[in-house]
Design a protein around this ligand. Sequence first.
Ligand code: FES
Ligand code: FES
Length: 198
Amino acid sequence: MRVNFTVNGRQQEADDVWEGESLLYVLRERMGLPGSKNACEQGECGSCTVRLDGVPVCSCLVAAGQVEGREVVTVEGLADYAKHREDAHPGGGCASGSCGTTLDAAQRWQAGPADGQSGEAVELSPIQQAFIDAGAVQCGFCTPGLLVAADELLETHPSPSDQDIREALSGNLCRCTGYEKILDAVRLAAARQEEAVR
Ligand code: FES
Ligand code: FES
């Protein structure tokens, strides 16, 4: 079957998708977007987390056919997504990552590093920068899933309690950090976000 969907704000199609193929497989193996990691393929580790119509999901558990006509944001698109949210929906969320784009802006659109292909330097999203600044990345394998989940948390809970953070990230396993630095990173991003709206 052919699947048409949007990835990081761009329309994509995947051909000859078989019924048992996961969204994670399509992203990594067909689209060359290796940011979403494949660790357990059972919905246990969260390393494959992406947003599907704005909701964080384990992409290993989503059949590719289920994403027909829907919007996916991966860690490769996180910086653009956060910027779009900041510009178009200050203080709010956006399910599409692409709404609010004027026709003029759309016509001037050029492929950028958010495609995950060019490797050029790109401005990081606030949560990505906070992970770096707080030293929350060790081997980095769990990081993409954590970033996507944490970014969604900060969108819906701009001032999360520690309990909120723990709950939001409870589906994401990390073997390296002991989680304290990850919690620090989310607290840091939240504090910076609060500072910015003052
Ligand atoms: S690879 Fe999807 S949850 Fe582990
Ligand atoms: S940083 Fe290594 S698994 Fe989390």
